[in-house]
Design a binder for this molecule. Structure first.
Ligand SMILES: O=C(O)CCCC[C@@H]1SC[C@@H]2NC(=O)N[C@@H]21
Ligand code: NA
Length: 620
């Protein structure tokens, strides 16, 4: 680290950072001392199912917008150009499908944990495997989210690394443990505002210090950082419209469709309509977050055109360079570096607190409560708080491990989601869209999906085949035009040895992991289901299958549909006493007759739902 490049904080910066932590603690304390004072798991884990769509939607964004995106996306744009921005196209279907497929199914089953669905549709074993897979994914991802801001700060400002990790971890654990989901959602709202403000400040100051918008635009175009629409169908090409726009849809479905942290927010909404509306409201805010990160990367490129300060930082990671850029821009403006640090830690805190809370929820609901049905509410709530605390400490331990996983934090996060989130998405799709799938098929599918995912993922890390050559730094721009053209032609003419066989398998773009693993689970799951005797219509728990065929073939006349798609209509919202009770004898889930209470909700989305295509008996 070249000492002249070390950036230091003014007192004002530390003050702003401290205010952020204090405000988050304050919100946590408020929710610990108000309302039901977090005395029941319904309140602690589900916010009393009383939330409105605005806070839920801001919390939905905050959950998967951490320091990884704040740092990783600008670094991505700086190095590879704006191709990554096409992931915004995946947000359309990536949010529309959760709003009209996953939310109606999951909301009407009145679940606390998403994985209860797996027991209702398949079996307890499938539920446990789904829960453990989710815990594994979230613990690793949480480690990455804690470590990223601390590591980046330390690289540039000498900011005490483990001090920052501990401060973040402890504050987060405390307000999550005290205030439950209500505190997590309201701190998410506050932290999302801080996150946007911090990024905006850096962009405004950055443009102004680089000579204005037109100057930035000129430099960015000359450095060919504005990527054209790349329609290359090669699945080993890291970022193209297909890997981002289509592969990204499966990534979004795994996060905003079936991930416990997000489903818990949908379920905390007071009505299904509010839940669907909150999902719609995520779209503009997510596009704004993506735009801010991408523009920040472009401004950073325009600012450092001609020189590449990352080698002076003593670390080759472009992620650390983003912090250097920010400190360089805001250095002379006391308070603004503190605002950006607050932005970075807001992004981290809002993700980590959501992870803690969802981990505590699934551990309680899926792993503990089923074995201790007589546990009192007070003990269950106390245990939930102890779990949040222990997960907090575990994530500090995970922090370092994720740092070893690779160079770009964004790439590591997207790989984790693809490798683990993809198979979980496949499990839910198998359950919701294929009535014939049975528990054996589900377990085999999940196992195959995870095995294949880790084979590809680990293989790509080991053979380093996922890192692609970055675009030439714009130093070439300073040469005369024809020289530049000559260099580019020479570069492009080099026939890159197309990897073959296993090497090609390892070079599959990580943006396809979600889709690839999802289809593997579905394919294997269906094959094993048919080999071991497919599920029968009457054995299906009502409301756990989405009439996909019925929807896709909605243009067919009724009598044809009746023959073709042996599907049951979507379930109605089960009132509290209707919820599935653990039946001692049959050790299965016993369902009372479905009530018709929430007819208006069903009518809104599935007018044909109350005229069942195939009359089915509920197991009473
Ligand atoms: O920021 C993180 O912690 C995770 C990296 C981004 C995760 C995905 S990318 C597509 C979607 N849009 C987001 O803002 N987050 C998710
Ligand atoms: Na966040």
């Amino acid at each position: 680290m070249d000492p002249s490049y070390q950036k230091h904080f003014a007192v004002a910066d530390y003050v702003i950072f401290a205010v952020l932590l204090a405000a988050s603690m304050g919100i946590g304390l408020y929710h610990a001392l108000s309302g039901g004072r977090q005395r029941t798991t319904q309140e602690f884990l589900m916010a009393d199912r009383s939330m409105r769509c605005l806070p839920v939607s801001l919390s939905l964004i905050a959950t998967f917008q951490s320091a990884v995106a704040i740092i990783g996306v600008p670094a991505e744009i700086y190095t590879h150009g704006t191709q990554y921005w096409f992931i915004g196209c995946a947000y359309i279907l990536g949010l529309f499908i959760p709003a009209h497929v996953f939310i109606p199914v999951l909301y009407r089953l009145r679940l606390s944990s998403t994985y209860q669905y797996l027991e209702m549709r398949f079996s307890k074993a499938v539920r446990i495997c789904g829960t453990l897979t989710f815990i594994f994914q979230t613990v690793i991802y949480m480690g990455l989210c804690v470590y990223t801001p601390a590591f980046a700060l330390n690289a540039v400002t000498g900011f005490e690394l483990w001090g920052a990790v501990l401060a973040t971890g402890l504050v987060c654990t405390l307000y999550t443990t005290m205030g439950g989901l209500k505190a997590v959602i309201w701190t998410d709202v506050f932290q999302t505002v801080v996150m946007f403000a911090g990024q905006l400040a850096v962009i405004v100051v950055g443009v102004q210090q680089t000579g204005g918008v037109s100057e930035v635009w000129r430099k960015v175009r000359e450095g060919n950082r504005i990527s054209a629409l790349d329609l290359n169908p090669d699945p080993t090409e890291r970022h193209t419209f297909w890997t981002l726009g289509v592969g990204g849809i499966f990534l979004m479905l795994s996060l905003y469709g079936v991930n416990q942290a997000q489903v818990q927010r949908y379920l905390s909404a007071r009505t299904e309509k509010e839940a669907v509306r909150s999902c719609y409201m995520v779209f503009p805010s997510l596009q704004l977050a993506l735009a801010l990160s991408c523009v920040m990367g472009l401004v950073m490129f325009a600012r450092y055109c001609g020189e590449d300060p990352s080698d002076k930082l003593g670390t080759s990671s472009k992620d650390a360079m983003v912090i250097y850029f920010v400190m360089d821009m805001l250095q002379g403006l006391p308070g603004l570096p503190g605002l950006f640090i607050a932005c970075l830690f807001s992004a981290a805190l809002s993700t980590i607190s959501s992870a803690f809370n969802s981990l505590a929820t699934v551990t309680m609901e899926d792993l503990i409560k089923p074995h201790f049905p007589t546990m009192t509410e007070a003990r269950a709530t106390l245990l939930s708080k102890a779990l949040a605390m222990s997960y907090g400490l575990l994530c500090l331990a995970m922090a370092y491990i994720t740092h070893l996983m690779g160079d770009s934090v964004l790439q590591v996060a997207l790989k984790i989601f693809g490798m683990v989130g993809g198979p979980i998405l496949g499990l839910f799709c198998l359950g919701m869209f294929f009535p014939w799938a049975n528990s054996t098929g589900a377990l085999a599918g999940l196992g195959a999906g995870l095995a294949l995912a880790f084979w590809v993922g680990v293989g790509s890390i080991v053979t380093r085949s996922s890192s692609t050559r970055p675009l030439p730094p714009c130093r070439a721009v300073l040469l005369s035009d024809n020289t530049t053209t000559a260099i580019h032609t020479a570069l492009l003419n080099v026939t890159l040895s197309q990897p073959s066989g296993l090497k090609r398998f390892y070079s599959l773009s990580y943006m396809w992991y979600s889709a690839f693993n999802c289809f593997t689970v579905i394919l294997i799951g269906l094959i094993i289901s048919f080999l071991t005797g497919p599920m029968k219509e009457e054995d299906l728990t009502p409301g756990t299958v989405y009439p996909l065929l019925g929807k896709l073939l909605c243009f067919l006349p009724e009598h044809l549909k009746k023959k073709l798609c042996c599907v049951t209509p979507l379930g109605h919202t089960l009132s509290a006493q209707q919820r599935p009770s653990q039946n001692k004898e049959s050790n299965g889930l016993v369902f009372p007759r479905e009530d018709r209470t929430s007819q208006e909700e069903t009518d809104t989305f599935f007018p044909e739902a109350h005229t069942p295509l195939v009359e089915h008996e509920t197991t009473v």
